[in-house]
Design a protein around this ligand. Structure first.
Ligand code: GLU
Length: 464
């Protein structure tokens, strides 16, 4: 038995968003789980709205997510002959007819129906006129006017539509361009797609597509319609929810592993497990555990997952990414052992690479201005002599071991009678400019004795 053939078929009419990425992932996982084939197809027949820029964005996003395709990208705009062939076939079989209804007439009827609060539908004027192909003639599907079109959806169960509800849809427009419902059937059929996994906004299209398969005498694929993704306010996810394009997440410093893990859990589950490696996703993913309810896009969860993957990824692998994020902030640094150490100090405390870069700045530049509130609290006249003593004793150490440095702090604490927290916070501000930072010894090791000396002196001067 050969494995399933799935496809992801985005329209390049906008930047690639989360919903598209989730659909792509489910198709990819299904193909990988069952050792099938994953096909990429660009649905660019909407010539006015399709742009190369968006296609590039889709490809780059899939690559970033690591969703590799086995065939394609096919482009509908390069397959017009195939659609023309199947259009003739449907016409020859009597399953389609030509229609010369002028657009104004159709628009007027649409408006009238809407005014009556009816569903707009084609009135069938040309259904039996026996028109032949010609200019300004669209090809329409001759749909059955009775009966029911039914399928067993792999995620939603049994779905049925009354054929009387479906009007005769246009297959090929008067300008020769195929419509979505027709092109998608021809493509899925000629590409031998076995499973159509897509968003449930396409449910109303499915009976129309099934009828076209039937008219062609073709095998109907299995359908799995996956529930929508909603924003935290339960409205359909949109830009309003701060749900930018997939590559925006890359720019914000999310890791593809976190994104893939996050997307997988939008509508699919495996017990109560939240963290999945790519291999686990492939091993566990089936359609049985795709839920029926809409899923909620939760940015906090994404951030939590990203924090997890930032901690799990070897520091050496993150260093080049940190380098890029620092470069975006105008800081050119080398990928070195030092940078790897810096990453290690920030891994437990970063949610994104951008956040890590922000927190890393003080390693490379003057930490001033200090965080204002903390400086007012901890950089006091009373602490100045304490910093002075620490600075002197550190300078006197033959080498910096954690033990020796801690010894200095403890000694100074005892002698000065100040609380350790006060002392540590003053030193922390001096070295990092912040009230929260990686461990003091870690920072000191990375900065080195001379820089620590300079920073302590600068802080002393700021004590008041
Ligand atoms: N091109 C369609 C879209 O972007 C997908 C169609 C399908 O999956 O059948 O929504």
């Amino acid at each position: 038995m050969t494995g399933p053939r799935t496809r992801f078929s985005p329209s390049p009419t906008g930047y690639f968003h989360i919903g598209g990425a989730r659909t792509a992932l489910f198709n990819w996982l299904y193909a990988r789980h069952y050792q099938g084939v994953f096909i990429l197809r660009i649905e660019d027949t909407d010539l006015e709205r399709s742009q190369k820029l968006y296609e590039d964005d889709i490809l780059a996003s899939l690559q970033w997510l690591g969703l590799d395709w086995d065939e394609g990208p096919y482009r509908q705009s390069e397959r017009l002959d195939t659609y023309a062939f199947f259009a003739r076939e449907l016409f020859n079989r009597g399953a389609a007819y030509y229609c010369d209804c002028p657009p104004e007439m159709l628009e007027q009827q649409r408006q009238e129906a809407l005014a009556r609060k009816d569903k707009p539908r084609y009135h069938g004027r040309c259904r039996d006129r026996g028109l032949t192909p010609g200019p300004d003639r669209a090809l329409r599907f001759r749909g059955p006017q009775q009966g029911v079109t039914h399928w067993h959806d792999l995620t939603k169960g049994s779905i049925a539509f009354d054929n009387a509800e479906l009007d005769d849809l246009v297959l090929v427009r008067a300008d020769g361009v195929p419509t979505y419902n027709f092109a998608v059937v021809v493509d899925d059929l000629t590409m031998n797609i076995s499973h159509v996994i897509r968003g449930d906004d396409h449910v109303p299209n499915t009976p129309r597509q099934i009828l076209i398969y039937e008219a062609l005498g073709a095998k109907i694929p299995q359908f799995a319609h996956i529930p929508m993704i909603l924003g935290p306010d339960r409205a359909k996810l949109s830009k309003r929810h701060g749900a930018p394009s997939v590559l925006d997440y890359q720019k914000m410093g999310y890791l593809p592993a976190a994104m893939v893990n996050f997307l997988a859990r939008l509508g699919w589950s495996h017990g109560d497990q939240e963290i999945f490696s790519r291999e686990e996703l492939i091993r566990y993913f089936t359609l049985e555990h795709v839920g029926k309810a809409a899923s909620i896009f939760d940015t906090e969860k994404l951030s939590w997952l990203n924090g997890h993957y930032l901690r799990e990824t070897p520091a050496r692998d993150l260093a080049p990414h940190l380098q890029e994020f620092l470069a975006q902030r105008g800081l050119q640094v080398e990928v070195s052992d030092r940078l790897v150490k810096i990453v290690q100090t920030l891994q437990p405390r970063s949610h994104t690479l951008a956040d890590m870069a922000e927190q890393a700045l003080f390693y490379f530049q003057d930490p001033r201005p200090y965080e204002e509130k903390a400086a007012a609290k901890f950089l006091t006249a009373a602490i100045r002599p304490v910093l002075q003593t620490i600075n002197e004793r550190l300078a006197g150490l033959p080498s910096w071991t954690e033990e020796a440095v801690n010894g200095v702090f403890q000694e100074v604490q005892r002698e000065s009678g100040r609380k350790m927290k006060e002392i540590a916070q003053a030193v922390r501000l001096a070295l990092s400019g912040r009230a929260a930072s990686p461990g003091l010894f870690e920072i000191m090791e990375i900065l080195g004795p001379e820089e620590v000396h300079r920073r302590l002196q600068a802080a002393m001067a700021a004590c008041r």
